[in-house]
Design a binder for this molecule. Structure first.
Ligand SMILES: NC(=O)c1ccc[n+]([C@@H]2O[C@H](COP(=O)([O-])OP(=O)(O)OC[C@H]3O[C@@H](n4cnc5c(N)ncnc54)[C@H](O)[C@@H]3O)[C@@H](O)[C@H]2O)c1
Length: 347
């Protein structure tokens, strides 16, 4: 008989709904319950996705049908939710960022280790074919010596995006602005493909919104492999443009616009290169650059498929807590440089 892992979603907002849809689409998973402090939101969600509703965390975590949770609450609450879930013996699939500080991220990792439950922080982009192809090209040494790894996220958020929410744009619950919230996927891509940073220098400012956190930030990075990069991120660039991430080495360059590959050029050309461009080249859809609700299901489906399979086969998920922590450490270092006006060196 095939086993189905029972999931409970924590947080009945935008991304919680996407989690529910994706869980329902997996052959080896089922949606057992929703927990949200807002009882009305929990009940509406439960009616829509056909599961049990809880507005009390203790009762939710006592439900034996919930073997794993997905965390989709404001970012500054991820630690509280993840640690309570791990202590209740539930596996944890946690939205980005894992938490808003390195210390809290470490507490989550420790709680999951101590309770022998699996942890996978969400970076759904890593599971998509274009990112896997560039990772493979890097593993094979096709870039030669890496020289530049850069990201540009010129997005746009209307004033109401922040004013209609009690947590977005706050240090306490969002943990930052254009960088921590909107650009963390691009930061993860830089680290996943090009490796760890050594030093960073940044400027940050709040230029067009009435929020505590930055809506614009620029940084220069030196990576441990000796390469350099620039980071430009914003939620002020009307009308919003596709995210760009680019990697260059002495033997090749790859550039992404959202999930499209706009440049795939290597000194040592392989027969598959033309096929890759035929399949994946194009102009990236602006997507989340203009509309915060515009998130495709595919990446989450691939990551949840892997996580569910990892639970069933008692193995580590492809993206574990330590991997998810890296982008939090990078971003907090960039903020520290912007705050002090000095370069920040990573340990
Ligand atoms: N992976 C991605 O691409 C992606 C995209 C969007 C959002 N996110 C992340 O998902 C998280 C949620 O974002 P969202 O846009 O869905 O937010 P949202 O505001 O739409 O939803 C948050 C939900 O959490 C609930 N909540 C608040 N406090 C709670 C508590 N103490 N206990 C239980 N529930 C509580 C709220 O009632 C709300 O229903 C954030 O961490 C965000 O960074 C990830």
């Amino acid at each position: 008989m095939s086993e189905k892992i029972g999931y409970g979603v924590i947080g009945a907002g935008n991304i919680g709904g996407l989690h529910a849809r994706v869980i329902a689409s997996l052959p080896n998973a089922k949606l057992a319950a929703i927990f949200d402090v807002n009882q009305e939101a929990a009940e509406k969600f439960a009616a829509q996705y056909q599961c049990k509703a809880y507005h009390d965390m203790t009762a939710f975590l006592a439900d034996s049908e919930v073997q794993a949770v997905t965390i989709a609450t404001p970012s500054g609450l991820h630690g509280k939710m993840a640690i309570a879930s791990a202590n209740a013996g539930k596996h944890v699939f946690c939205e980005k960022p894992l938490e808003i500080t390195v210390e809290k991220s470490d507490e989550i990792i420790k709680a999951c280790d101590d309770n022998n439950v699996l942890l996978s922080p969400v970076f759904q982009g890593r599971f998509t074919r274009p990112v896997q192809l560039v990772k493979d090209a890097m593993r094979k040494g096709r870039f030669g010596r890496m020289v530049l790894a850069s990201a540009q996220v010129r997005w746009f958020r209307e004033a109401v995006y922040y004013s209609s929410s009690n947590w977005r744009g706050t240090w306490k619950m969002d943990g930052g602005g254009a960088l921590m919230n909107q650009s963390i996927h691009a930061m993860d891509m830089l680290l996943y493909i090009n490796g760890a940073p050594l030093e960073v220098f940044a400027y940050a400012g709040t230029l067009t919104h009435s929020i505590e956190v930055e809506d614009n930030l620029c940084a220069v990075v030196k990576y441990r492999n000796g390469s350099f990069g620039t980071i430009e991120v914003s939620t002020s660039c009307a009308p919003g443009f596709p995210r760009r991430v680019e990697f260059s080495g002495s033997d090749g360059t790859v550039a992404f616009e959202e999930d499209k590959i706009t440049r795939w050029e290597f000194a040592n050309k392989l027969p598959e290169d033309d096929l890759i461009m035929q399949e994946l080249s194009g102009t990236g859809d602006v997507g989340g650059g203009r509309n915060p609700m515009d998130i495709q299901d595919l990446g989450h489906r691939l990551q949840l498929e892997d996580f569910t399979d990892a639970i069933i086969h008692c193995r580590e998920p492809h993206l574990n807590g330590r991997e998810g922590r890296r982008a939090v450490e990078f971003i907090c270092g960039i903020y520290e440089s912007a705050r002090t006006g000095k370069p920040y060196r990573f340990n």
